[in-house]
Each structure stands twice: as structure tokens, then as C-alpha cells.
Design a protein around this ligand. Structure first.
Ligand SMILES: O=C(O)CCC(=O)C(=O)O
Ligand SMILES: [Fe+2]
Length: 198
């Protein structure tokens, strides 16, 4: 069953992890959305599909305190130095949560035809039981979670300027995804602040 009405701040997950939705956080999300759409050098993501490297429709960018190299789905990227807007958002989210993030993966979904398939953010570079803070800007999209063994699902709509945080054992036991939706015609930018431990 999909529960879209879980109150802010409570754990969306019934067991094996912790996902909290804080709702809209930013007072001027339009300004950030515009700046990120215009200034980030967005590039198509590349993933291996049946052994062949493919470009995704979705675009990405990768920023960090240092030139971290980050490998996922077999592709390595080198982090870019923070832009002014990203540094402001990293500071804001870090202070709200009391967590010092050192990197950020950005995703651009230009409309509802683009999504992200089921995965966990369980790369070794993030360490175990990592905290990931996800800031959403632009079109509202559904965010889904599915338990790896029980297959139980949860879902929530991520609003413009809102914050969602995944903690504890979430990446070990749950997958997450952003399903495509034909009715969404506007872009969405998502920022996931992360802590690289290496
Ligand atoms: O766009 C989102 O809300 C999710 C992004 C995500 O799961 C990721 O970047 O790993
Ligand atoms: Fe993810």
C-alpha cells in the first residue's frame, strides 16, 4: 500500500531504516531552481545496461569539498568545486540536521518521462549507515521505497523546496526510485548531500 499522508518528521519506514520528510524548507526555492538550471554544467548520466554503457535521459552533476572520485554503476566521476548556491544549500541543510556533508550528487529530470530506477546508495565510499539528505526543487515527483526482502513499499510526494533524509540501515534494506509520470511536464532538480568517508 502507498501511504502519501505520513506526517512530517515521523519515520516513513515501518522497520529496517529511517526516512524522514521535513516538507518545504527553503523560503526562496524558485531562485535556487533557476540558478541551478542555468549554471550547472549538466551531463547525461551513464549506466551499464546488459553490459553496454548507455546514456540516461536524466542528467547529473557531482560536487564536493575535494576532488573526490565517485564510482557508481561502473562509471567514475570527479567532484567539481562547490558553486555559491550549492555551498549555501549544503550549509543550510547541514546546520538543520547537524551533519557535515562533504559532497552532493545533483539530478535533473527535465520532465516526467525521466525517472530513476530502483537502487540503494550503498557504495563503499559512503560507509555503513550513512545519512543522505535529499533536497527537491521544481516539479513535485513521487519518491518510492521498497524493502529488499519483504517487498513492502512506501511512497511520498516531494514538494518544491522540500527536504527528505535517509538514515541508519535504510540503504542496506531498502531500495528507492523516482517513477516516471507522463503527466509531469516541468523540470525537477534533486540534490543529494552525502558524506564520503574515504
Ligand atoms: O531524485 C531523487 O529524489 C532521488 C535521487 C537518488 O536517489 C540518487 O541520486 O541517488
Ligand atoms: Fe539514490
Amino acid at each position: 500500500m502507498i501511504d502519501l499522508f505520513t506526517p512530517y518528521g515521523s519515520n516513513l519506514l515501518p522497520y529496517d531504516g529511517e526516512v524522514n520528510y521535513y516538507g518545504p524548507l527553503l523560503s526562496n526555492p524558485d531562485v535556487y531552481l533557476k540558478a541551478l538550471l542555468e549554471k550547472i554544467p549538466w551531463q547525461h548520466d551513464q549506466v551499464f545496461v546488459n553490459g553496454a554503457l548507455r546514456n540516461t535521459k536524466r542528467k547529473v552533476a557531482w560536487y564536493g569539498n575535494e576532488r573526490y572520485r565517485y564510482t557508481y554503476s561502473g562509471v567514475t566521476r570527479e567532484a567539481q568545486p562547490w558553486t555559491a548556491e550549492l555551498l549555501e544549500l549544503k550549509t543550510l541543510v547541514g546546520e538543520k540536521l547537524g551533519t557535515a556533508f562533504n559532497s552532493c550528487l545533483l539530478n535533473l529530470y527535465s520532465d516526467g518521462s525521466e525517472g530513476m530506477s530502483w537502487h540503494s546508495d550503498d557504495e563503499a565510499a559512503l560507509g555503513k549507515n550513512t545519512t543522505i539528505a535529499s533536497l527537491s526543487l521544481g516539479a513535485e515527483r513521487k519518491f518510492m521505497l521498497k524493502h529488499k526482502t519483504t517487498k513492502e513499499t512506501r511512497g511520498i510526494v516531494l514538494q518544491h523546496g522540500s527536504l527528505l533524509v535517509m538514515r541508519g540501515e535504510t540503504q542496506t534494506h531498502w531500495l528507492h526510485s523516482v517513477p516516471p509520470s507522463a503527466v509531469i511536464l516541468k523540470p525537477r532538480v534533486n540534490l543529494t548531500f552525502r558524506t564520503i568517508v574515504e
